[in-house]
Design a protein around this ligand. Structure first.
Ligand code: X2X
Length: 343
């Protein structure tokens, strides 16, 4: 009798254990898919790996994330990433404001030509009221925004000639990505812009199908665009910068315990902070180590003076006005004020 009871108790305990496991398995996936455009060794990809690592650590392995760089979960089509998160084929992402701007109109703010004159201006937006407002907008679109990171100020490169004036850009085929704002900006400057994903950009540049592109210097360097894409001319004009945003799909988020949600958020904030530091390394005046390194590769680097920059600003002023209306005049005004009052 005693033995039978013992066996029954053991049986019951095993079943209960399996029940708990089954409930757990139903709630938590064995792998969460994190989408990024760039992988290692780009700062963006490093940030993704770091987020995965920190989450694993902080949740005791309960949440296991795998990074899918190259926007591979959407066949490389980075402007479809945000939609895929909403539809659930991507669980979480670190995305550029540029790539999500076709779906989230307000994210075009960071692509307004010459809105942000320096790094403090980016911080004034992301760390202030504007950043909060953008996070609220994202939260209304089935995602949970957790932290800001950075791709960086996007500088102009090409294979043909040094660019010092808008006239120098005339007729050059420039690869861009994102919303039609980029087409408007480059058309206003007299260039011939063409939209394509990052995956298509490097082959198009290296074959000479397009002449130039714009991307942060960390990307230029890690992708070796001077040799891989014949980009021997580089103009430092700082016309726009793209922050990165760490998000989790709302449904996935809701399936986690509050304790694990906190851990994922903290991990994102930490990975984001480290990412901003890495994205700016060698680029924050007076430190220009990265610029000098690129010059050392034989790239002709043109640093625009403020007067030269003003010509580009003037040429894109109409585009700025048009897009301020589309983004929302109130939000743009708030951004301009935050930048004017930056510390
Ligand atoms: O495609 C680009 O230019 C990149 C990698 O910078 C973005 O995803 C916005």
């Amino acid at each position: 009798m005693k033995r039978l009871l013992g066996a029954l108790i053991t049986f019951a305990m095993v079943m209960a254990g399996m029940g708990i496991q089954a409930a757990h398995a139903a709630e938590y996936k064995s792998e969460y898919k994190l989408s990024t455009v760039l992988g290692k060794p780009f700062p963006w990809g490093n940030a993704g790996e770091r987020w995965c690592e920190l989450v694993k650590e902080k949740t005791g392995g309960r949440i296991n994330i795998k990074m899918y760089p190259g926007a591979s979960l959407v066949g490389g089509d980075q402007t479809k990433e945000f939609t895929a998160i909403r539809q659930g084929s991507i669980d979480m992402a670190i995305g550029s404001t540029i790539n999500w701007s076709p779906q989230v109109q307000q994210l075009n703010l960071f692509s307004m030509p010459f809105l942000m004159p320096d790094y403090k201006a980016i911080d004034a937006l992301t760390e202030g009221e504007v950043g909060n407002e953008l996070f609220k907008i994202l939260a209304g679109k089935d995602v949970v925004p957790l932290a800001w990171g950075e791709n960086g100020f996007r500088e102009l490169s090409n294979s043909k000639r040094p660019i010092r004036t808008p006239q120098d850009l005339k007729g050059l085929k420039i690869r861009v990505v994102g919303s039609p704002l980029f087409l408007d900006s480059f058309t206003a400057l007299g260039a011939n812009p063409t939209q394509m994903s990052w995956a298509d950009a490097v082959p198009a540049l290296s074959s000479g199908a397009v002449d130039g592109q714009e991307n942060p210097l960390t990307v230029f360097m890690a992708a070796k665009l001077h040799t891989a894409a014949n980009q021997k001319n580089l103009t430092l004009w700082g016309y726009v910068a793209d922050p990165l945003i760490f998000v989790v799909g709302r449904e996935v988020w809701n399936s986690w315990t509050p304790e694990d949600q906190r851990a994922v958020r903290e991990a994102a904030v930490q990975a984001g902070k480290e990412n901003v530091v890495e994205a700016r390394k060698g680029l924050v005046p007076p430190d220009d180590t990265l610029i000098r390194e690129i010059e050392g590769l034989g790239v002709n680097v043109v640093k625009l003076t403020e007067t030269e920059k003003a010509d580009f600003r003037k040429a894109t002023r109409e585009v700025y006005r048009k897009w301020a209306d589309q983004i929302g005049p109130d939000l743009v005004k708030k951004a301009e004020e935050a930048i004017a009052g930056r510390k």
